[in-house]
Design a protein around this ligand. Structure first.
Ligand code: IVH
Length: 676
């Protein structure tokens, strides 16, 4: 057989494999026996290893394990399933604790008790019990919406189907981790890349009989919402979980003080190899539920918990080349292409060099032997260069002064806060004008926290860009589906799915919309602040005038940097065109505050001076929880100036001039029916 015929033969097998796969996992109706399916798979693998030129992204060697089904019903979590911030060292932990102390205005560090729980590297799930019966089981999904995987979860022996204990809450959403123990994984390891992958693949099977064959385990650790639960802290919640019949982690501990957290971390890291399951760090939660409630959540993660990752794994490799990647905000990031090395079970061939200053400081060159570190899900990075092994003819790396994508000059911004030049060099183009920035901005636009368009991943953005199907975000809503249907790898069904996902996301919240535009310095938290302030999409679209944008500085949390960046965004003609096209194509929901009927409804506040026993951040969050609004300038819109200890005289005087009510802490707390 010649190469061409071999390839045809190979592709036929791949096609058949794909079809069987679909019948088996998606439609839940296999049309061949398991043996036949395995034989076909073996044929493909043998062909690939014999003839290296045979490759396909649909090969069983590329898609590991079971292909998860897309057929599960999506269900919104009553309380979102958030992720956690990461800490890597003592410094990070001290910062975490300092923030808590400041937020709660506490004096003594050693009063904070933590529940320290080993972080199992599995898949989180939410179990909804009503009147003691397991009624629904959901996957995490995107955090807001999970998939209904009740049948699969019910096959896990550690998950009680019915709980009759008298103190079990009337309604509760118990959350925990589904995982597979290392010994059990050994038996099925040729099917999956790692234990986490095995758990995830088996959980998202259409056929729960397949799930039942995998020895999945479940450990419970938190709850989403509850009705009639009378428990005061996390450690007693964990105790109760055991009484109710759940498994909890045997290494959970109650700890006070960063020093002791560090000791426990060290002990567990040493024990890690001997454990029956994979852990990738320790989760610390402020133990007291009242304190947790006061601390609340920042954009994506709680203020009261953090994941302390285990130290990085590292390996030695050689830099083959240094490439410059251009990010969404124009940042030029040097990336070392290294000889592939195995670091802690993962093959690494790219490592970030962070920025120009870092290359200069470490004098990193092509050909150098370097130590590369990888911690958890963080991008691997080059730690150090072994100068003894440096090649004689090696040359200093010259950082490009022109953008490698569009040729614009590159600049380093001056940072107003640090009064220094940034370490990062950026492409000075205005955004969509630079090809690489445009691609990254479109990837951001469709990404999980932005439009979250299912099935529209980074690869598809690149593919559609190369085919000139998208150039600007609005093109996504005017795709030529007939053309896509004819592309390799696409068919009627997949195009219909894509179309459905896109149509579904035309209805979007204002904060997601603002975030999706990828305006520099406007991340999720700032997008949320701006959306809450502006309330409607039309207010946002009409921001373009200087004055309107300046008015955003009234928002507590939005400063000069953000204002300047928004101004720059609205000065750019392409951005304005994008906005006007998106306005035509989308339905952007106005902001409806969850509790817009609170005690401070329609009232605006400003804080000056130090309050007693409550931090500024907590005061702010308390006002917002009661439907009040915080502004950061004294102006006509201000109703109350709350004056604490040593207030700014200028603010007091201006407030007097404008006839604005000046109140003290006790008066303010009275408005909230609280005594100060
Ligand atoms: S608490 C908002 N507790 O870690 C509270 N999570 O990055 C978040 N995890 O998705 C969850 N062990 O899959 C919590 N004892 C534990 C955990 C744990 C593992 C996972 C979980 C979550 C991720 C957070």
């Amino acid at each position: 057989m010649n190469d061409k015929d071999l390839e045809i033969e190979y592709l036929k097998k791949i096609d058949l494999f794909q079809r069987h796969n679909k019948h088996y996992y998606d439609k839940n109706k296999p049309i061949v026996s398991d043996q036949e399916f395995d034989l076909l798979k073996k044929d493909i693998i043998d062909l690939e290893s014999k003839y290296k030129f045979l490759k396909s992204e649909y090969s069983p060697t590329k898609s590991i394990g079971f292909k998860p089904s897309k057929n599960f019903q999506k269900i919104k979590h009553k309380v979102p399933m958030l992720s956690l911030g990461n800490a890597f060292n003592e410094e990070d932990l001290k910062n975490f604790e300092k923030k808590i102390i400041n937020f709660l205005s506490l004096k003594d560090v050693n009063t904070i008790e933590y529940s320290a729980e080993p972080k199992i590297d599995g898949i989180s799930a939410s179990l909804i019990y009503i009147n003691g019966k397991l009624t629904k089981g959901l996957s995490r999904g995107d955090g807001n919406e999970g998939e209904d995987i009740t049948q699969n979860l019910k096959t896990i022996k550690d998950i009680p189907l019915e709980i009759t204990k008298s103190n079990f809450p009337k309604e509760i959403d118990i959350r925990g981790e589904v995982f597979i123990e290392n010994n059990d994984f050994k038996k099925i390891k040729d099917k999956f890349a790692n234990p986490r992958n095995a758990a995830s693949g088996s959980l998202r099977q259409k056929n729960s009989l397949i799930t039942a064959k995998i020895p999945l385990k479940f450990i419970a650790y938190t709850y989403g919402y509850e009705k009639k639960m009378n428990i005061k802290n996390q450690t007693s919640f964990l105790e109760n979980l055991k009484l109710w019949g759940f498994k909890t982690n045997p290494f959970n501990k109650k700890i006070i003080g960063v020093k002791n957290l560090m000791l426990n971390h060290k002990e567990l890291e040493e024990k890690r190899k001997e454990l029956a399951f994979d852990i990738d760090g320790i989760v610390y939660k402020v133990n007291d539920f009242d304190l947790q409630k006061r601390l609340g959540f920042a954009a994506n993660a709680p203020r009261w918990a953090i994941a302390h990752k285990f130290s990085a794994n590292s390996s030695i490799s050689e830099i083959m080349n240094i490439e410059i990647q251009i990010g969404r905000t124009g940042a030029l990031t040097p990336v070392a292409k290294i000889k592939p090395v195995n670091i802690g079970g993962v093959i690494v061939s790219n490592a970030t060099l962070h920025n120009e200053d870092e290359i200069v400081r470490k004098d990193i060159r092509v050909g150098d032997t370097v130590t590369v570190e990888r911690a958890g899900d963080v991008i691997p990075h080059v730690v150090s260069v072994d100068l003894k092994k440096r090649k004689q003819n090696s040359k200093k790396f010259i950082f490009p002064l022109k953008c490698p994508s569009c040729g614009s000059k590159t600049i380093k911004d001056y940072n107003e806060t640090t009064k220094r030049q940034d370490a990062v060099r950026r492409c000075a183009s205005e955004g969509f004008e630079c090809e690489k920035i445009a691609i990254e901005r479109i990837k951001h636009f469709v990404s999980k926290d932005a439009f979250n368009i299912d099935g529209f991943g980074k690869k598809i953005v690149e593919n559609f860009w190369n085919l000139k199907l998208v150039r600007l975000p609005q093109d996504i809503f005017k795709l030529n589906y007939n053309k896509i249907e004819e592309l390799e790898g696409w068919g009627k069904l997949s195009v219909a799915n894509l179309r459905f996902s896109i149509e579904e996301k035309k209805n979007i919240s204002l904060e997601r919309f603002i975030y999706s535009l990828g305006i520099r310095h406007i991340g999720q938290e700032n997008a949320k602040l701006i959306a809450r302030h502006l309330k409607t999409a039309s207010n946002f679209f009409r921001l373009s005038g200087e004055k309107n944008i300046e008015s955003l500085s009234n928002i507590d949390g939005i400063g000069i940097t953000q204002i300047q960046s928004i101004k720059k965004f609205f000065l750019n003609k392409t951005n304005l065109k994008v906005l006007s096209e998106l306005e035509k194509n989308l339905l952007i929901k106005d902001i409806i505050l969850i509790n817009n009927n609170g005690l401070l409804k329609n009232k605006t506040f400003m804080l000056t001076g130090k309050l007693n026993g409550i931090s500024r951040a907590e005061a702010k969050s308390l006002i917002e929880q009661n439907s009040g609004k915080i502004i950061s300038n004294v102006n006509k819109k201000l109703d109350y100036l709350i004056a604490g200890d040593k207030p700014t005289l200028k603010k007091i005087n201006t407030a007097k001039e404008w006839n604005i009510k000046i109140i003290n802490q006790t008066e303010w707390l009275k408005m909230l029916n609280k005594s100060g």
